[in-house]
Design a protein around this ligand. Structure first.
Ligand code: XMP
Length: 493
């Protein structure tokens, strides 16, 4: 079968997949391998990515995504030149949990309680490592040690001194640390070098988080991983350098038309300054576009021109490629040399499996997460007429908007005073809508993963990777192109 010919002009709702002999004993997501790649060097245990949109991904969303085994991309929807807010979001994700804290907050043994209080307030940490002038461990000082204590009291008077602490010399695995801390009934384990200088700190709180989220996407220091979006012009280079310094694990150059000379320049400049940083670029939707980015050495390619829920590009320009065709074109162009991110157009969980089958290694979601607790923005109560009772009830809503919507562009460019004409001249390519406020995003992700595992079972595969291998080795066995009536039977409820 010529797969590309078969899917020309088609998108998710054009197909069903034929059920095959099921081989997995259970559809439980904790037992089915969903491992994939976000970028060349960032594997994920779950193929889910939250979109870099200012009504979707900030620290709260990105932290949950990483805890659940996916990753979030913090948007660049802050005013041009105003880089600190994005840096703060990245830092917040990196601070939520650790393995070994290699740079714990420290205080000098000759300090005062007032200094300790100030440092605890400023950093939000409850335990300070007390050191001497040569950074040798002298003790630990916790919030409890300084409660109700006069500000002028010396730190050394209140700390638990080193000879009363359990201390480990050298580095240690988290499993061994947990063992030791359980045996010794301690909540904090300082690590020191043989000369007594501080090497790190392990806390029971972090170990519990590791246990609670076994699939989490973590860096080599046990912190959650997070990506950050930048543009291709303006402050993009400075922004990329700062978010990278703040700990962003992946930089995403995200522009509407990624197959462009502007992108070429941006990649070159970014590589020149940041060397081998994990770099995603997009968006493209054609084999030429994908090859263009592959040739420029990116570590993943974002695919999708116009399928997004908040997007009006196709309406306003008539350019775009139906998302399934776009994915197949890009996959055929790059093979397995670079992962693809299927970005946009997923309106129901069934399309997650399709996005993966047709070529995505991960699926980027915007509107699917809209309205959840972790999305940024206010919840507002709006009066709604209930059709059955004809009563008006007040329903909580949140705003979801395309990043090229007039509202998002106005906020980003600081155009508070711009008139309607000037805004129109910006050529908005996005919608702004109110969506009902929902509960935590974790529940949405869990449902999605359960449905993905069911799809693997129906597809006769053992794992996500196996499903795709089976599909690509014989797409004919799977693909059913739908008639209009079949589409209505399948998706209209
Ligand atoms: P979903 O369908 O998951 O798509 O909401 C999310 C993706 O939509 C894209 N996006 C836009 N595309 N104009 C566009 O042409 C916009 O204003 C816009 N905002 C978001 C983006 O790729 C996102 O990841």
């Amino acid at each position: 079968m010529d797969l590309l010919q078969f899917v020309r002009g088609c998108t998710f709702d054009d197909f069903l997949l034929t059920p095959q002999l099921g081989v997995v004993p259970s559809r439980d997501p904790s037992t089915i391998d969903l491992t994939t790649r976000f970028t060349s060097r960032v594997p994920l245990r779950r193929p889910i990515v939250s979109a870099n949109m200012d009504t979707i991904t900030r620290a709260a969303m990105a932290s949950v995504l990483a805890e659940e085994g996916g990753i979030g991309v913090i948007d660049r929807g802050f005013r041009t030149g105003d880089i600190a807010p994005q840096v703060a979001e990245i830092s917040a994700v990196k601070r939520t949990q650790h393995g070994i804290i290699t740079d714990p907050h420290t205080i000098d043994e000759h300090g005062r309680i007032a200094d300790a209080r100030r440092l605890m307030d400023h950093t939000g940490v409850g335990t300070l490592v007390v050191i001497d002038a040569r950074r040798r461990l002298q003790g630990l000082l916790t919030e409890r040690d300084i409660r109700f204590v006069p500000a002028t009291t010396g730190v050394a008077e209140r700390m638990t001194p080193r000879d009363r602490l359990v201390v480990h010399t050298g580095t240690i695995s988290l499993a061994d640390a947990e063992h030791l801390m359980t045996r010794q009934k301690i909540k904090k384990l300082p690590l020191v070098n043989p000369d007594g200088t501080v090497l790190g700190l392990i806390t029971a709180k972090d170990l519990v988080k590791h246990r609670d989220h076994p699939f989490a996407t973590r860096d080599s220091r046990g912190r959650l991983q997070v990506a950050a979006a930048v543009g291709a012009t303006g402050d993009f280079l400075e922004r990329a350098i700062e978010v990278h310094n703040a700990g962003a694990d992946v930089i995403v150059i995200d522009i509407a038309h990624g197959h462009s000379l502007v992108m070429d320049q941006a990649i070159q400049r970014l590589r020149h300054r940041l060397g081998s940083v994990e770099l995603v670029a997009g968006n493209v939707a054609t084999s030429d576009g994908a090859r263009f980015l592959l040739d420029r050495g990116v570590d993943a390619i974002k695919v999708g021109i116009g399928p997004g829920g908040g997007c009006t590009t196709r309406l306003t320009t008539n350019f775009g490629v139906p998302q399934v065709e776009a994915l197949v074109q890009c996959r055929l162009a790059v093979g397995d040399r670079v992962p693809l991110i299927a970005d946009g157009g997923v309106k129901r969980d069934g399309s997650v499996a399709e996005a993966f089958l047709f070529g995505g290694d991960t699926v980027m979601l915007g509107s699917a997460f809209a309205g959840t607790e972790e999305t940024p923005g206010e919840t507002v109560l709006k009066p709604v007429l209930m059709p059955e009772s004809q009563k008006i009830v007040r329903v909580p809503f949140k705003v979801f908007r395309g990043m090229a919507s007039i509202g998002a562009v106005r906020d980003r460019l600081d155009l508070e005073d711009a008139g309607a004409r000037e805004l129109e001249a910006l050529g908005a390519e996005g919608l702004e809508v109110s969506v009902p406020a929902r509960g935590p995003v974790r529940a949405v992700i869990h449902d999605m993963l359960k449905h993905l595992c069911s799809a693997i079972s129906y597809g006769g595969a053992e794992s996500l990777a196996d499903l795709r291998t089976k599909f690509w080795s014989n797409p004919e066995q799977y693909l059913v192109r739908l008639s209009r009536a079949a589409r209505a039977e399948s998706f209209e409820r």
